[in-house]
Design a protein around this ligand. Sequence first.
Ligand SMILES: Nc1ncnc2c1ncn2[C@@H]1O[C@H](COP(=O)(O)OP(=O)(O)OP(=O)(O)O)[C@@H](O)[C@H]1O
Length: 460
Amino acid sequence: MSESKTALVIDDEPDIRELLEITLGRMHIETFSVENVAQAKRLLAERDFSICLTDMKLPDGNGLEIVEYIQLHHPRLPVAVITAHGNVDIAIDSMKAGAFDFISKPVDLTALRKLVNTAVRATELETTNREDKQPLLTGESRAMKQLVNSIQKLARSQAPVYVSGESGAGKELVARSIHNLGPRSNKPFIAVNCGAIPRELLESELFGHVKGSFTGAHQDKAGLFRAAEGGTLFFDEVADLPLDMQVKLLRAIQEKKVRPVGAESETATDVRVLCATHKNLENEVSRGHFRQDLFYRLNVIQLNVPALRHRKEDISALACELLEKIASSAGAPTPTLSGNAISALENYSFPGNVRELENILERAFTLCEHDTIQTEDLHLPDSAPKPPPSSPVGGGGKVDYYQNCLEHGSIDEYLEEIEREILCKTLESCRWNKTQAAKKLGVTFRSLRYRLQKLGLDKE
Ligand SMILES: Nc1ncnc2c1ncn2[C@@H]1O[C@H](COP(=O)(O)OP(=O)(O)OP(=O)(O)O)[C@@H](O)[C@H]1O
């Protein structure tokens, strides 16, 4: 059985301290309460804790300072902040700084108990089977290692994560990995494709409905939020959510409550929200297609999944692994890929990313009549016109900028793609030495750092 659990509570209000002590005591958690930052730091140096709950306003500092201190000195300790009701900014800032989660005042005891249980599970996961829990992603490139590193850190937190990246790059797999490695792994992971649910059914699909609330509502329906209770909801293609549903989603995330269609009251939910889209969500906000407040709430942490053509080193391992999967599900021996076929794959631009690689291999596996797949079995599309950004950078031929732009959906997306390509190439040529790369590019180090952050290329 697991060892005894301990909590550190930091709050200058005796009533809140007492309430938390009683609640945690009933959960068999030994609680140590202090009133300020200085006392908290002293206690943290003296003993280990399973969870820390801190108020935001403290007599000699604030909760953010505690979060930062714990991140630095006790990174494995989950810390949750107690915020004033409706103070979303503080909640978001603290999660960006590494807080595990937040809870608003007046403290709802059911929500508190759920939060504490999840946090304690996260600590237990840390100390038990960490080795057998690996992200589902294959790849040894620098970019992939960085991504896996971030996933491992984010799995412990409850903060919303916005996964960006091109179609087929592995955004859903990233979301699944965050769920699988975290304390919610024994609860459901539900992926919702926001663009695939008919508009008129969306509200009832997400939040449920009560019997008789509209024609065809023959019985109560729980909805996806409640189906994912205790687990994770992944909103794929979140940019496709209509504006009226965006308002409702915002409310659900902010209040941690949902109201089924036709219901009198709201129901509390405990769900971690992750989202993704292949579109540029910032652009969607500036074009008025996506609500700024929802974007702000979903984009607490952003993770970018690099396009496959920007991590060519991963192609060979990925191809072998995918081929093995394809063969094993067909109950056949795994064919090998010739050296030339691997080189051809490495030189292809993969506009459809890993999904396209899967499709290419599936077709080659089905059609190839030998045990070795050769370049011609891959039927790679003529990759001459791809990738679009490399043409203006290094190409000699005439470039149809207009056509390339149309293919990207917006000029901003297209320009970002070009910028990304230039930065990656330059950094690769300088072995990721940013000072050298900035010099080569004729920009300041600060400017390069800003650009890398903007494009999600600098997560470390
Ligand atoms: N690093 C990886 N290792 C192994 N398989 C991967 C990896 N990345 C992606 N895949 C596989 O590629 C396919 C596409 O991945 P996924 O669905 O996660 O992409 P996506 O970015 O969410 O796509 P979309 O934008 O179309 O929703 C899946 O079958 C997934 O298992």
